[in-house]
Design a protein around this ligand. Structure first.
Ligand code: DC
Length: 209
C-alpha cells in the first residue's frame, strides 16, 4: 500500500499541495479534516452538543459519510459548503478531541486506503498515528500571518483579525489535545510553504518518492 501523508496546521497549504500531488501521481486524495467537519456538521444539525463525547461518538459510529474531492455528503445531505462555514469551524476542534470519534474516523481512513491500495491523505495525525508506514511523510508549515491571510481569502465574509484569532485558537487546541495532537513525525520532510509556489513544492515531493 502506497500512502503519502500530508500533515500540518490550518492554512499551511495541505489541501492545495495534496490535491496537486495526487493528480500528478494518479492517486486518490482524502481530506480527513473534512471527515471531522462532517461529524461536527451532523452533530450541530441534530442539536447534539459538540462537547458531549458519548452522544457525538454514537453519532459518528452510525453516520453515512461520503467524502469525495469536491463533494461531502452526510446521511444523504450535501454538506460541501456548510462544513467550511463558521459554526462548524468553531466547533470542529472540540469534536476532533473526542477519542472515540477519532478511533471511528481513523478506522474509516484505513479502510479507504486499503480499498484503493493507498493515496494522498491530508490531516494532522496521518504520518504519526494513522499511517506510520506511509512511504512519504510531509509536514507543511507557513508563517502565522501567511496562514491567516490564506484563510481570510477563502472566507471572504470574515475580517482578517477574526480569522487570525480563530486560527490561533484552533492550532492551540489541535496541538494541545491528549489524543493524536498535531505533531511532526520524526522522519517527516518539513516544508515551509510561505514563499514557494505549489508546483515547486510538488516537484520536490515527487523527487522524494
Ligand atoms: O484541515 P481542516 O481545517 O479542515 O481540519 C478541521 C479540524 O479537524 C482541525 O481543527 C483539526 C481536525 N483534524 C484532526 O484532528 N485530525 C485530522 N487528521 C484532520 C483534521
Amino acid at each position: 500500500m502506497k500512502v503519502i501523508a500530508i500533515d500540518g496546521p490550518a492554512g499551511s497549504g495541505k489541501s492545495t499541495v495534496a490535491r496537486r500531488l495526487a493528480d500528478r501521481l494518479g492517486l486518490d486524495y482524502l481530506d480527513t479534516g473534512a471527515m471531522y467537519r462532517a461529524v461536527t456538521f451532523a452533530a450541530l444539525r441534530r442539536g447534539i452538543d459538540p462537547s458531549d463525547a458519548d452522544d457525538v461518538a454514537r453519532l459518528a459510529a452510525r453516520l453515512d459519510l461520503d467524502v469525495k474531492v469536491d463533494a461531502v455528503t452526510v446521511d444523504g445531505v450535501d454538506a460541501t459548503i456548510e462544513i467550511r462555514g463558521p459554526e462548524v469551524t468553531r466547533a470542529v476542534s472540540i469534536v476532533a478531541a473526542i477519542p472515540a470519534v477519532r478511533a471511528e474516523l481513523v478506522r474509516r481512513q484505513r479502510e479507504w486506503a486499503a480499498a484503493r491500495d493507498g493515496g494522498v491523505i491530508e490531516g494532522r495525525d496521518i504520518g504519526t498515528v494513522v499511517f506510520p508506514d506511509a512511504v512519504l511523510k510531509v509536514y507543511l508549515t507557513a508563517a502565522a500571518e501567511v496562514r491567516a491571510s490564506r484563510r481570510s481569502q477563502e472566507v471572504s465574509d470574515l475580517a482578517y483579525d477574526v480569522v487570525a484569532a480563530d486560527l490561533a485558537r484552533r492550532d492551540a487546541l489541535d496541538a494541545g489535545r491528549d489524543v493524536s495532537p498535531l505533531a511532526q513525525a520524526s522522519e517527516a520532510l518539513v516544508v515551509d510553504t510561505s514563499e514557494r509556489s505549489v508546483d515547486e513544492i510538488v516537484d520536490e515531493l515527487v523527487t522524494r518518492l
